[in-house]
Write a protein that binds this ligand. Structure first.
Ligand SMILES: *[C@@H]1O[C@H](CO)[C@@H](O)[C@H](O)[C@H]1NC(C)=O
Ligand SMILES: *[C@@H]1O[C@H](CO)[C@@H](O)[C@H](O)[C@H]1NC(C)=O
Length: 414
C-alpha cells in the first residue's frame, strides 16, 4: 500500500485532484519560491542558479562558512550526502567577486506514511472519515480523499467499471476529516485517503458500509424526576439527538444506566420509548442516570453515554413493619396512575421482574448459606484430623519420657 511517486509531474497531477477538495485551505504549490525538498538519508544536490559555468563559487549555510560534514562542491553545485533532518536550512552560493548569486531554503523530511483512517456515521444520510498521519514527515502535507461506491446491482457495477469516483469533501474548518453526503444505507463504499507531500504519496483504502459504522450522537434533554409517593421510582425522559433526522423508517432504541451516586455499579435497562420508569431505585439516595442510543434494527454501535442527570426518589414514609407492605402496595398503585399515561408497559412489566429478582436473590442467598455450611464442615473435619495426629505425638513423647524416667531407677538399682 506504500505508494511513492517519484516524478514531480505525477505529484502535480495529485495536486490538481487535491485542489478540488483542499483548495480553500492550502495555497497552490508546496511552498514559497526558492524552497527545495529532500528526503532523509538521500544525497541532496543544490544548484547555484546564476553562476557562470566553470566559475568558482562558494557555498554558505545561514550566511556562515561552516557546511554540513561531508558536503562537496561539484561544478558549482553543493552536494550534501546522507541528508538528515539537521541538514535543513538556508543555503546560499556566492561568486568569487560578484557576491551573492542564489539562495535556496532546503527542507528535509520523510515520505508520507499510510495514514490511519476511521469512519463514522452519526446519521443515515452522511458519513465522515477522519485520519491522522502515521509518520511525522516534517513537510507540508495534503490529503486527497475519494470514494467508490460498491453495489450489487448490475447497472451500478457498470458505473463502477467506468471509474466513477466521488469526492469525500474536506471542510477547511475541520482539518483531518471529510464527509460523504447523501450516502446510501445499504451500499458499501471504498474510501481512498491519500497523503501527499512534496516527496511522494501514500494511500489507505478502507471498505465501509453505513450499517457497520453508524453510531448516533447521544440522546439529548435527559430529565430525571422523582415520582410523588413512590420511594423506589424515578421517571426518566429524553429526546432524539438533534443530528438524527426524524424519519419513520430510521428509528433509534435506547438504553439507560443508573446507580445511586454512592454506589459503583450501574443497572441497565433497554427501551424503545423516549421515557422509562426506574422501579428499583433506593429511597432517599441521590441517583445518577445516563442514556445512549442505537439504530433500531441494531446496526452499528451504541452512542456515547449522554450527559448525566441526577434525582433523588422521595423518602420512604415512616410506617410500622407490618403495615409497610400493604401501604407500599397501595402507594405503588397510587403512584402508577399519573405515570400510566405516558408509559404504561414498563410498569406492568417491571412488577413480575421485581418478583423474579427477589426469587433470584433468595436463591443466591440460599446457595451462599449452603456453601458456608460446607466450608465450616470441611474446616471442622480438618481440625479433627489434625488433632488426631497431634495426640499421637504427645503419646510417643510420654513413652520416651517414661523411658528416661525408668533409666535413673535402673542406675539406682545398679
Ligand atoms: C447530510 O448532508 C446533506 C447535504 O449536505 C444535508 O443537507 C443534510 O442535512 C445532512 N444530513 C444530516 C442528518 O445532517
Ligand atoms: C487512491 O487515490 C490516489 C490519489 O487519487 C490514487 O493515486 C490511487 O491510485 C488510489 N488508489 C486506489 C487503489 O484506487
Amino acid at each position: 500500500m506504500h505508494n511513492s511517486i517519484p516524478g514531480l509531474g505525477r505529484v502535480m497531477v495529485f495536486l490538481g485532484a487535491a485542489l478540488m477538495s483542499a483548495s480553500l485551505t492550502v495555497p497552490e504549490g508546496w511552498g514559497e519560491e526558492g524552497v527545495q525538498y529532500g528526503r532523509v538519508g538521500t544525497n541532496v544536490t543544490l544548484l547555484c542558479a546564476g553562476a557562470r559555468p566553470g566559475s568558482l563559487v562558494q557555498w554558505r549555510r545561514a550566511g556562515a562558512m561552516a557546511l554540513p560534514e561531508g558536503s562537496a562542491i561539484r561544478e558549482g553545485a553543493l552536494v550534501l550526502p546522507q541528508a538528515s533532518l539537521a541538514t535543513t536550512g538556508r543555503y546560499s552560493c556566492h561568486g568569487k567577486d560578484s557576491g551573492l548569486l542564489h539562495t535556496v531554503s532546503l527542507q528535509i523530511g520523510h515520505l508520507p506514511g499510510v495514514p490511519f483512517v476511521s469512519c463514522r456515521a452519526s446519521d443515515y444520510e452522511n458519513f465522515s472519515c477522519s485520519w491522522t498521519s502515521s509518520v511525522d514527515t516534517f513537510l507540508p502535507t495534503r490529503y486527497i480523499t475519494t470514494y467508490r461506491k460498491k453495489s450489487q446491482t448490475g447497472e451500478e457495477k457498470q458505473r463502477e467499471k467506468s471509474g466513477h469516483v466521488g469526492l469525500c469533501l474536506q471542510d477547511p474548518f475541520h482539518p483531518g476529516t471529510c464527509t460523504v453526503h447523501g450516502s446510501e444505507f445499504w451500499s458499501s463504499y471504498r474510501l481512498n485517503i491519500t497523503e501527499v507531500n512534496p516527496l511522494g504519496s501514500s494511500f489507505r483504502l478502507l471498505d465501509i458500509t453505513m450499517q457497520a459504522i453508524i453510531k448516533p450522537d447521544p440522546p439529548e434533554g435527559l430529565v430525571v424526576e422523582p415520582i410523588p409517593l413512590a420511594p423506589r421510582r424515578l421517571y426518566v425522559s429524553w429526546k432524539y439527538p438533534s443530528s438524527w433526522p426524524k424519519e419513520p423508517h430510521f428509528q433509534l432504541r435506547f438504553r439507560l444506566q443508573y446507580r445511586p451516586v454512592i454506589h459503583r455499579s450501574w443497572s441497565v435497562v433497554e427501551t424503545v420509548n423516549l421515557s422509562e420508569v426506574i422501579t428499583d431505585a433506593f429511597a432517599g439516595l441521590e441517583h445518577v442516570v445516563q442514556v445512549s442510543a442505537k439504530d433500531f434494527l441494531d446496526a452499528g454501535n451504541w452512542s456515547e453515554w449522554s450527559a448525566e442527570a441526577r434525582a433523588t426518589p422521595v423518602r420512604e414514609l415512616p410506617t410500622t413493619a407490618i403495615e409497610e407492605t400493604t401501604t407500599d402496595a397501595s402507594l405503588e398503585t397510587l403512584a402508577e396512575e399519573p405515570s400510566q399515561a405516558p408509559n404504561p408497559e414498563p410498569i406492568n412489566r417491571s412488577d413480575p421482574l421485581e418478583k423474579m429478582a427477589i426469587l433470584v436473590s433468595l436463591g443466591i442467598f440460599a446457595f451462599f448459606v449452603l456453601a458456608a455450611v460446607l466450608v465450616i464442615i470441611v474446616l471442622i473435619w480438618l481440625r479433627v484430623r489434625k488433632h488426631g495426629k497431634d495426640e499421637t505425638k504427645p503419646h510417643n513423647f510420654l513413652v520416651a519420657a517414661s523411658h528416661l524416667k525408668a533409666r535413673p531407677t535402673e542406675a539406682q538399682i545398679l
